[in-house]
Design a protein around this ligand. Structure first.
Ligand SMILES: Nc1nc2c(ncn2[C@@H]2O[C@H](COP(=O)(O)OP(=O)(O)OP(=O)(O)O)[C@@H](O)[C@H]2O)c(=O)[nH]1
Length: 617
């Protein structure tokens, strides 16, 4: 093994691969070890999880943005000659919210290392990503990781993996990203098994964008995989989905710091800088071609990111609104999936309705806004998109419960997902019960081994965006894993529940729920608000209503001023008179008064609702 300089490499000496794994199965640790063994990062410069650049990623130990790194690796053949190869490792995000990004990263590779924790076995995301890799015709290299763990059961899980990918259990490599055991063999195997990229070097250039990242100093850095032809610095390139042309200011490879090159040829993976300032001008999945000699057909697989979950975002301090607006504008440069528009709420003031790919995306955006822009934010309960058909057959798309139309409704449609749940067989009953409560339909069930099952369900997205994952985890003692894909929509019996405070609707608490769950939601919210809103001089009714029908009610009792305090002794009629007078006063308060609810109460009610959705991992 020796270090080679990154330069244009002929396709036969290139190997493009990615690592697919369930969260926490050790992908980043293994990637770090590979960087070290190939000499790309020396031990001193090594910091844990080198590739996860965002602070939030490192803290949470999850990978959000994919990156590509080029590593030299030389292999000795039978005659003893060393051939230097260049390995491009493309890091893929592991979470369900980012499936589209995963699929584009996979499309940039010829091979995939299927990494499975030797103490856990295959999990739902392992399967989901494996299927994606198979769809992309990638060569799969099965690997068991963490074999240093005392709890590791490499033999058992090697069988499980072999059964899944159709290989011999002996073919499953056993490594430890932590100690480095087996990683050299893995690098050798990547060179031996992963096919070299194919492409036409003389055809017009076609490169697929698999990631684009905003950099404060350099503008958007676009990561591409060249399929045909080549790209060189200073030429003009065209984004095929928008036909926008840009000058290629810099082109190079990441090793792991950016190194400019004289161009990128067939099969190569690298970065482009064009000076554009917004990732939307450089979209993941799009094809880059040459302006002078454009390709006639774009590479397949491009689609626009579609937000699935919406929630209101408000600054806790109303005067921060302009800061929030600027912060969202900045974040948008780095996040093509983020959409938002201004909205106002009676309870929370001025804010934005923001669309996200999923709950993790929501939390990441919120955390980045709070951390990078020093904002204190409150987000309202997340909801999905509904299509509401009215009596006149017109369709209203609802992304905010307060937009839910009143009056006669013909049909409400909600998005549904196909969920895959993997768990030990003993929890089948508990999982079925949970999915049934969440309006799920069992689509199928298979045993992966004698004691582990894969269950497939169709479930409404709205039922899982809340606390489904946490419930699943707690009902299976943490053993179940979940993956889902939005597959379509279905008609459902949905209603809007409003929360009224002294007869006035509090928009932030309105929710669209299934008819059978409206009552439970009403009781929960009214109960919670009763505890959170301080007592006033007058009585405050809190009601939950569907249309004009009240379905739950709580009352915050008035503070009873002790009017008798100064009345020592005296006769009973005097006391009664004082009490009567007090009652009169209270009546007046009730009619004229507006409830004085501290904003903290709203915030507390909304956040306690959301704690359930936290830590979705
Ligand atoms: N004992 C042992 N622990 C490991 C090994 N590899 C990783 N770990 C630990 O497993 C945990 C998860 O490792 P990561 O590398 O962050 O996992 P990941 O798959 O990249 O996680 P995501 O980025 O969230 O997908 C960390 O606490 C690691 O220290 C290993 O080979 N042996």
């Amino acid at each position: 093994m020796q270090r080679i300089q990154p330069a244009a490499t002929p396709p036969e000496l290139l190997r493009n691969f990615c690592i697919i794994a369930h969260i926490d199965h050790g992908k980043s640790t293994l990637a770090d070890r590979m960087l070290q063994l190939t000499g790309v990062v020396d031990s001193r410069a090594m910091r844990a999880q080198y590739l996860d650049r965002m602070d939030i990623e490192r803290e949470r130990g999850i990978t959000i943005k994919s990156q590509a790194v080029r590593m030299p690796w030389a292999l000795e053949d039978e005659s003893g000659t060393l051939t230097p190869y260049a390995l491009n490792m493309i890091d893929t995000p592991g979470h369900v919210d980012f499936t589209y990004e995963v699929s584009r990263s996979l499309a940039a590779c010829e091979g995939a290392v299927l990494l499975v924790d030797a103490a856990q076995g295959i999990e739902a995301q392992t399967l989901a990503n494996l299927y994606l890799a198979m769809e992309n015709d990638l060569q799969i290299i099965p690997v068991l990781n963490k074999i240093d763990l005392p709890a590791a059961q490499p033999e058992k899980y090697a069988e499980e993996i072999a059964g899944l990918v159709g290989c011999d259990p002996d073919d499953v490599l056993k490594v430890s990203g932590k100690t480095g055991v087996g990683v050299t063999e893995l690098l050798d195997r990547i060179v031996q098994r992963v096919p070299a990229p194919h492409g036409d070097p003389d055809a017009p250039a076609r490169a697929m964008i698999f990631d684009s990242v905003y950099d404060t100093y350099r503008g958007v850095v676009t990561y591409v995989r060249v399929v045909d032809g080549n790209l060189s610095p200073r030429e003009r390139i065209v984004m095929m989905s928008t036909r926008a042309a840009h000058e290629l200011l810099e082109i190079g490879v990441t090793a792991p710091e950016p190194v400019p090159t004289q161009g990128l040829g067939v099969g190569e993976v690298g970065y482009l800088i064009t000076g554009v300032k917004d990732v939307r001008q450089s979209k993941v999945g799009d094809t880059v071609t040459n302006q002078a000699k454009p390709a006639s057909e774009a590479l397949g697989g491009y689609s626009d990111p579609k937000p699935m979950v919406f929630s209101g975002l408000y600054p806790i301090d109303g005067s921060d609104y302009p800061v929030l607006r600027d912060a969202l504008d900045k974040l948008k440069l780095n996040d093509a999936a983020l959409v938002y528009e201004p909205e106002t709420s009676v309870a929370l003031g001025f804010g934005f309705r923001v669309g996200y790919l999923g709950l993790l995306h929501l939390e990441i955006v919120r955390e980045r806004l709070e951390r990078e822009f020093n904002l204190d934010l409150i987000s309202t309960a997340p909801n999905v998109i509904y299509d509401v058909t009215l009596e006149d057959r017109s369709v209203v798309t609802v992304t905010n419960p307060s937009e839910f139309p009143g009056g006669k409704i013909m049909e409400v449609r909600e998005p549904v997902v196909r969920a895959t749940i993997l768990a030990p067989a003993e929890y089948i009953g508990a999982i079925m019960e949970l999915c049934q409560q969440r309006r799920g339909d069992l689509l199928g069930m298979d045993y992966l081994s004698a004691d582990r099952v894969e269950m497939r369900y169709q479930l409404p997205l709205a039922e899982i965006v809340f606390d489904f994952f946490d419930q699943l985890k707690s009902k299976t003692r943490g053993y179940a894993s979940l993956d889902y894909d939005v597959t379509g929509d279905q008609a459902a019996d949905l209603v809007k529940v409003d929360i009224l405070l002294q007869g006035e609707q509090v928009d932030a608490f309105s929710a669209i729920v299934h008819k059978d769950k409206a009552y439970a939601y009403g009781v929960m919210m009214t109960g919670k608000l009763k505890d959170l809103i301080p007592r006033q001089q007058f009585e405050v009714p809190i009601q939950a209503a569907v249309g004009a029908r009240v379905i739950a009610r709580e009352t915050i009792r008035a503070i009873r001023k002790d009017v008798l305090a100064k009345c020592y002794g005296g006769d009973i009629s005097r006391k009664r008179k004082l009490l009567e007078k007090q009652k009169e006063g209270k009546k007046r308060m009730k009619t004229i008064g507006r409830v004085d609810v501290p904003q903290e109460a709203f915030i507390a009610a909304l956040t306690s609702q959301q704690t359930e959705t936290k830590d979705k991992k």
